[in-house]
Design a protein around this ligand. Structure first.
Ligand code: SAH
Ligand code: SF4
Length: 417
C-alpha cells in the first residue's frame, strides 16, 4: 500500500533518503477535480475547454480570448463577473469549471512589507491530508518579486537543503503554479484594470513585477507544468511579466536546461555551490549525473546570453566547506567565459543539519574577491525576519512548520532580480 505523505511524515526516518541517493521517486500524481479550474490554461487550453462544453467551433477563439482577458488581465474570481460573456455560456462554464486558486491558509506580513502565504492544494483522495506550499512576496524600491514553488517537496537530495529531506508528494500543476501569482495579485490588489476606489492598484503600477522559481522543488523536474505556467505568466496580453523578469533556478538538470532555453526562454539561475566535483557531488548529488563541466557547457549554450542577459550562479555560504578565498577565486575562474552574475546566499540552518553559515566577515571577503574580478556579488539579505519570528512558537509544535519557515527565509532572500 502506498503511504501518503502527511504533514508529519517528513520527520520520520523513512522519509529521509540515504545520503548517497540522487533522486527519490515521486509518490503521487495529480488527479483533477470533477470541476477543474480554468486558472493556468493557455489560450489553446481554453479553446479546448470550450470545445469540451459544446461551444461551436466558430465562436471558441473569440470566447477563449474574452475569458483569457477576464482571467489574467482583470483577475476575476467568479464567472458572474465576466459580463461580456453571455449569461447562458456563463451558466455552462459555472457548471463545468471553477476559477479557483490555491486556498490561502495563512498570510503573514512583515514590517518590511514582505508577505508570506501558506497555500493549500486540495488532496486528491478522500481522507488525504491537503498539500501545502508557500509563496513569498518581497517588495523592493523598484520591483516586487514573487517566489514560487514548483513541487511539494523535491525528488533531489541536496545535503544543505531541508526540502531535500522531504519526500516528494507531487508535482504542482501549471494551474497551481499560475495560481500562486493569482493569489498574490488578489491579496495585494494588483490587478491593473481595477476600478478606482476599490483599494486596488491602477494600471501602470504593478506590485508583482518579477518572478523567481526558487521556492520548493526542482522546476526542471516538473518541466511541462513549469513551462506551460511560465508561458501563460509571460504573455504580454495577460499577467504580463516578461521573460526577462522571470528567473528559473535549477540545481543543474542539464538536458532540461537546453529545453528551458528553447521552450521557455526565461532567465536562468544555477545552484552551483561548489567549485569541485568532489564537493558538489556531496552538496548537490545530481552533480554525479551532470558534473560541473557538463553543467557549465549547458550554461554556455543557453540561448541569448549577453551582458544584459546573464546567468545567475547561486552559491550558498557554508562555513569551512566552500567558503575559502581559494574557492572564491576558483569560482570566478569557472564562470569566466559565461555572462554571469554571482549570488552569495547565507546558509539558513535547520535542525539536524551538519552545516553552519559562514561568518559574515568571511562572506564579505569572499564577495570582495568576486567583486575584484569584475562581478557584482550581491549577498542576499534575508527579508521578513520578523514574520519568521512571529511564527516562532510553531517551531516547537512541528518540524514541518519550522521547515516552512526556513523555506520562507530562503525564498525571502531571493531579492536579487
Ligand atoms: N531546486 C531549485 C530551486 C529551489 S531552491 C534549485 O535548487 O536551484 C532555491 C535556492 O535556495 C537554491 O540555490 C538552493 O540551493 C538554495 N537553498 C536551499 N537550501 C538552502 C539553505 N538551507 N540555505 C540557503 N540556501 C538554500
Ligand atoms: Fe531540491 Fe533545490 Fe533543495 Fe536541491 S536545493 S533539494 S534541488 S529544492
Amino acid at each position: 500500500m502506498t503511504t501518503l505523505a502527511t504533514p508529519s511524515s517528513e520527520t520520520s526516518g523513512a522519509s529521509i533518503a540515504p545520503a548517497d541517493f540522487i533522486e527519490k521517486a515521486p509518490l503521487e500524481r495529480y488527479v483533477p477535480p470533477a470541476r477543474p479550474s480554468l486558472v493556468g490554461l493557455s489560450r489553446s487550453g481554453l479553446i479546448e475547454a470550450l470545445a469540451g462544453i459544446g461551444v461551436p467551433e466558430g465562436k471558441r477563439k473569440m470566447r477563449a480570448q474574452q475569458i483569457w482577458s477576464w482571467l489574467y488581465v482583470r483577475g476575476v474570481t467568479g464567472f458572474a463577473q465576466m459580463t461580456s460573456v453571455s449569461k447562458e455560456l456563463r451558466a455552462v462554464l459555472e457548471a463545468n469549471f471553477t476559477l479557483a486558486r490555491p486556498d490561502v491558509v495563512a498570510e503573514q506580513i512583515s514590517v518590511d512589507g514582505t508577505r508570506k502565504w501558506l497555500l493549500r492544494l486540495p488532496g486528491e483522495r478522500a481522507g488525504e491530508a491537503p498539500h501545502e506550499v508557500e509563496c513569498v512576496y518581497i517588495p523592493d524600491t523598484d520591483r516586487g518579486t514573487l517566489c514560487l514553488s514548483s513541487q511539494v517537496g523535491c525528488t533531489l537530495t541536496c545535503s544543505f537543503c531541508h526540502t531535500g529531506t522531504q519526500r516528494l508528494v507531487r508535482n504542482l500543476t501549471a494551474g497551481e503554479i499560475v495560481g500562486q501569482i493569482m493569489v498574490a495579485r488578489d491579496r495585494l490588489g494588483d490587478w491593473t484594470a481595477a476600478q478606482p476606489g476599490t483599494g486596488q492598484s491602477g494600471a501602470g503600477r504593478r506590485l508583482v513585477t518579477n518572478i523567481v522559481m526558487m521556492g520548493m522543488g526542482e522546476p526542471l523536474y516538473n518541466f511541462e507544468a513549469v513551462r506551460d505556467a511560465l508561458l501563460v505568466v509571460a504573455d504580454h496580453e495577460g499577467l504580463g511579466i516578461s521573460k526577462r523578469r522571470i528567473t528559473l533556478s535549477t540545481s543543474g538538470v542539464v538536458p532540461n536546461i537546453a529545453r528551458a532555453g528553447s521552450e521557455i526562454g526565461t532567465m536562468l539561475a544555477i545552484s552551483l555551490h561548489a567549485v569541485t566535483d568532489t564537493l558538489r557531488d556531496e552538496l548537490v548529488p545530481l552533480n554525479r549525473k551532470f558534473p560541473i563541466k557538463v553543467l557549465l557547457e549547458a550554461c554556455r549554450n543557453y540561448p541569448g546570453l549577453s551582458n544584459s542577459k546573464r546567468i545567475t550562479f547561486e552559491y550558498v555560504m557554508l562555513k569551512g566547506v566552500n567558503d575559502s578565498l581559494a574557492d572564491a577565486r576558483a569560482l570566478v575562474k569557472l564562470v569566466r567565459n559565461i555572462p554571469a552574475k554571482i549570488n552569495l546566499i547565507p546558509f539558513n540552518p535547520w535542525p539536524g543539519t551538519r552545516y553552519e553559515c559562514s561568518d559574515w566577515e568571511q562572506i564579505e571577503k569572499f564577495s570582495e574577491v568576486i567583486f575584484a574580478a569584475g562581478h557584482a556579488s550581491p549577498v542576499r539579505t534575508p527579508r521578513g525576519r520578523d514574520i519568521l519570528a512571529a511564527c516562532g512558537q510553531l517551531k516547537s509544535a512541528s518540524e514541518k512548520l519550522s521547515a516552512r519557515e526556513r523555506l520562507a527565509l530562503r525564498a525571502m532572500a531571493m531579492t536579487d532580480d
